[in-house]
Design a protein around this ligand. Sequence first.
Ligand code: ZN
Ligand code: ZN
Length: 216
Amino acid sequence: MNEIRHHLTDALLLSYAAGTLPEAFSLVVATHVSMCDECRARMESFEAVGGSVLDEAEAVAISEESLEATMAMIDALPVARQPANVSGPNAVFPSPLQSYVGGDLESVKWRSIGGGVRQAVLDTSGAAKVRLLAIPGGAAMPDHGHRGLELTMVLQGAFKDEDDRFSRGDVEVANEDLHHTPIAEEGMDCICLAATDAPLKFRGVIPRIAQRFIGI
Ligand code: ZN
Ligand code: ZN
């Protein structure tokens, strides 16, 4: 496997460990962590810190009322979906993603969104959205900026933008400061898992019109 060079931020791993990330972003984090020893180790250290804070809190006498409130909060935390554990050595999708899709690449119900690009929006709760994108080699995604946070993880092929190259396992973390035009590398479709918490801002008029219909 090629080396992963672009990782998750501590802030993302912390909120994932705390159970406060929207489901769409949690799926990207879980998918990356399942492939990346480095981020998994950082995540485990955050979980250990979280656990020791909880132990200390328990040692302090907790009033009936605050205990009830704490238990209610724990009940409300999103439950991590069980990995399907069906990913073989040749699978494109790591197991957390396979359990969302219901299988590997061949199970995806793609919709064409123009320019040869296909997408499949995955079913998650909350306002943040997560989708699979298939971009033909050599093709560009529409030039766009971001209103919120965008996480893009590469599952197959590679893409480049103005600053960097991203290949299988790499995650690009984009926010309001970044305006970019990702281009898929020649050779094969670039397949990405992308989560956004706000609609993207497209520069061109046509993508802006198309946006209303495709819901990016
Ligand atoms: Zn990583
Ligand atoms: Zn972007």
